[in-house]
Write a protein that binds this ligand. Structure first.
Ligand code: FE2
Ligand code: FE2
Length: 381
């Protein structure tokens, strides 16, 4: 594998143009060497149930292009067993989306409480303290597609723990941190990942970020004018706060319609035009009958697909990639692709794409071939 850690090399003496060309070549070679279909990394037991590592590398940008040819997208799975101790609460800046594959559960977002069912999508607004769990009797299987790497690049990868779980455990390399009798956080011991001094991780908010989040959360209901460009952006912060307060935090699968489209039968959860706090992903379910296929198309955004059910293969720029239930299909940017279902059952695919591309003006889809079930509306005249 080529090195993707140019900061470890001495580049003095080479012009930037030359460095960029060398690094983009090495990066492209690495991306092309990675598989487009990856099996799930196994889940590890936790007190609450089972948790998986990040499937296509951690959401920090240093870990991109390690398991899949994806820059922004990764994902993880969480199984909360019935009757599990309640998880702790935490906060990060990005707005996470959690898809419930099976079971039922609940979510606390700041002071609000929501419940979710199988095939519902939870959308947590940005910088919200959140905590989730499964219902006592059934538990919950959750899949979390993530675009966190872009927040890393933007300087917004901060995550803080507010409450530990009901029965906290401390993995190797960490130990609880007490003040008197009170558990106030934990220590990450020196030696872990090469650190030379212990790191204190204290529960609760970091004061400067807290001030910024509070200011935004506490705003809203703008009554002033917005007659110049500067004022329009001042108003925007208030409008964003109103929007996050008013919007539902659960997209209920049962309430979303199936649409027959040129790409096949789709059910949308979020995309840039939906009234949802997630402005960072398109997420839809795609059902393809046994023996059939999707439309064939190409878009600039990379796409991550969880095979919820079924078996088949994809063709990406002429190359065939087999997939089966539970695997993750990773479509790189600007790749022509189509899904084919083999076997006797239909396939259900859950697709996620970062919507950042759309906001940059690269959101359009280039469509080449219709799904066989699609009947276009006749054109009058
Ligand atoms: Fe979270
Ligand atoms: Fe696609």
């Amino acid at each position: 594998m080529q090195t993707l850690e140019p900061w470890k090399q001495d580049h003095s003496g080479y012009p930037d143009e030359l460095k960029r060309l060398v690094h983009q070549h090495l990066e492209d070679e690495t991306a092309r060497s990675l598989p487009h279909v990856i099996p799930q990394l196994p889940k590890q037991p936790t007190v609450q149930g089972m948790d998986s590592p990040h499937q296509a590398g951690d959401h920090i940008s240093y870990d991109m292009l390690t398991r899949a040819p994806h820059y922004l997208l990764t994902s993880h799975f969480t199984s909360i067993r019935p009757g599990a101790p309640v998880r702790g609460s935490h906060r990060h800046i990005s707005a996470p989306t959690l898809f419930c594959l099976e079971g039922r559960g609940w979510e606390r977002n700041d002071d609000a409480y929501y419940e979710f069912d199988s095939l519902d999508l939870l959308v947590v607004p940005p910088y919200t303290i959140h905590q989730h769990g499964g219902f006592e009797d059934v538990g919950a299987e959750i899949y979390v597609p993530e675009t966190g790497r872009i927040h890393h690049i933007m300087g917004l990868v901060w995550r803080e723990q507010h409450k530990l779980s009901e029965k906290p455990t401390f993995p190797d390399g960490t130990e609880p941190l007490y003040e008197g009798e009170h558990l106030v956080g934990y220590l990450i011991k020196r030696g872990v990942l090469g650190i030379t001094e212990d790191i204190e991780v204290r529960l609760g908010a970091e004061p400067h970020r807290e001030a910024a989040f509070k200011g935004r959360r506490g705003s809203g209901s703008w009554t002033g004018g917005a007659d110049n460009t500067y004022d329009r952006y001042v108003k925007l912060m208030h409008d964003e706060a109103d929007f996050c307060r008013e919007v539902d935090h659960v997209v209920h699968g049962a309430e979303q319609p199936w649409e027959m489209t040129a790409h096949g039968k789709l059910k949308w959860y979020v995309h840039p035009r939906t009234a949802s706090a997630s402005k960072q992903k398109w997420i839809y379910l795609h059902e393809i009958p046994a023996g059939s296929r999707s439309g064939r198309h190409r878009h600039v955004a990379e796409e991550l697909i969880l095979v919820v059910r079924g078996k088949g293969y994809d063709v990406h720029d002429g190359e065939r990639w087999e997939w089966t239930e539970g695997e993750l299909i990773c479509i790189p940017t600007m790749t022509e692709h189509q899904h084919f279902v083999t076997g006797d059952t239909d396939a259900l695919l859950l697709s996620a794409m970062p919507s950042h591309y759309t906001f940059l003006g690269f959101g359009g889809i280039e469509h080449f071939e219709d799904a066989p079930e699609y009947e276009p509306e006749p054109v009058d005249g």
